[in-house]
Design a protein around this ligand. Sequence first.
Ligand code: AGP
Length: 604
Amino acid sequence: MCGIIGFTGNIPAKDVIIGGLETLEYRGYDSAGVALLCDGEITVRKRTGKVEELKKLCADMDNPATCGIGHTRWATHGGVTDVNAHPHRCGQVVLIHNGIIENYRQLITEYGLADDIISETDTEVVAALIDKFYEGDPVKAIKKAVKVLSGAFGLCIMFQDIPDTIYCIRNVSPLVAATSDRGSVIASDLTALIAYSKDYFVVPEYHLLTLTKDGIDVRDMKGNEVKPQMLSVNWDIASAQKGGYPFFMLKEIYEQPDAIRNTVAPRVMDGMPDFTDDGIDDSVFENIDKVTVIGCGTAMHAGMVGKHLIEAKLRIPVQVEIASEFRYKNPIIDEKTLTIVLSQSGETIDTLEAMKLAKANGSKVISIVNVKGSSIARESDYVLYTHAGPEIAVASTKAYTVQVAAMYLIAARMGVVKKLVSDSETKKFMTKLINTPNIIEETLEGANDIKRVANHIKLSPDAFYIGRGLDYTMSLEASLKLKEISYIHAEAYAAGELKHGTIALITENVPVIAIATQEDVYEKVISNIREVKARGAYVILISMDEKVDDVKICDKHIRIPKLDPEFTAFATAVILQLIAYYTSEAKGLDVDKPRNLAKSVTVE
Ligand code: AGP
């Protein structure tokens, strides 16, 4: 939810911190701040607005500090104000925080902190608490404070009287750390680390880190030194930069063919799905009689696509659950249920907690995650990593299509293990899956045509996506994409359901994007299109038709290649992503960092 970074080393910290915040800004950008520790003094600069505003605020700082922390905020407690921006200072302590301290109000009362607090944030309470406990031993003060905190936290802490040292500790909220020849660095995620090192470790929960320019000391709460498991990044810096595209989102749309190739290819052996290298044992599929799929937003939508395939091909019931709903249910799952959890970031708190509930009910969990070593990956029984590379734009695109591909791989392997599909049928299916990057590349060739569609949509406050079956599922993802980056109120509707009320909203020129790729219900969707056309809608039809000239059916036709019905999702997804992208761009909006959003929702 927020981006945090800390550095202490042998080069000036200011540029390291601000540069790191720029790469982390996709995690939240309501406000940003930096704190620099030098010669017994901590200088704090912070303000509302994006990191660009912070850079202006710090332009005159010639602070030689080689130790500092920085934060870019997605507001949870307290409005978007300069006072509520991080870092927060109290007495000797300055800190930054990612997460939510659930008991911060009772801590204010219990420890008499009210007079020390000037902001509305939970974070400042932590600074006041540590300062209250601080009597010269920072580790002791931090441990004492952490013992009474409840909730999620990733903390980077500096003490004014302790030179060139940063202390860190986490619970749930993500933190990764690395050392390099320039110093020690810690951040919310890898995008801020890879400029300093490709070797890193995930900060173990409830372990206290002491960062100095010479290295990182890791100790458990008893004070025992711990050697964390080292991981290595398979990205390069270029991957986390725009590469000439105007926005990360467009770059990531065009990266989808390679993202799918990189995700699928390592799981194909002799033309068959193979999870040997992932350590996913066939036994996880053998005795299951149903599947629960859990995720949020786009990740959940990818799971819904997988549901269509598993139910159609394997006749195994699949229940797709909204993670934030599931985690407060008394779920009907057991050891015969396979739970598949989807998350690009691997840090979405609702998904993480829902997964824990599924496990507590005896279900084995396979997670489909794009970030190595992330919380969801670490807590699941098995992980099927997607290899999409860093996804920076808040609107998820390549992560979605690789999640769909991963669901297809799982469905194929499940069919083999449970002997529900013959090897020859499976090989045919896998050939089509391996070919999907080419389908996407062919679809991308029509991008300019799609751009023209956006010029109509951008003028409307509302838009509708309609479809049946898999195309209705695609409509859900399409409407989310359009809403979150163009701020147009888009709604997805089962095409056959529209006439039961919502068609009242269809008036002259209202854009209706109709998806009709499922041949078994094609004529039904065409009938639904005629119903909205009759009421003045501006219809954009997405179908496999060679040509559609009948103006009674649509105003604009976008053709996708001829495909088997279950593979149209890969082509349709790209078109819907481009419609949203070009509409947002045409409105002159910040496509990568839409208002009110953040890339990873690590708070409830
Ligand atoms: C997608 O465009 C959104 N940014 C959002 O719905 C996202 O998919 C959701 O928050 C889940 O994130 P995750 O995949 O990192 O868990």
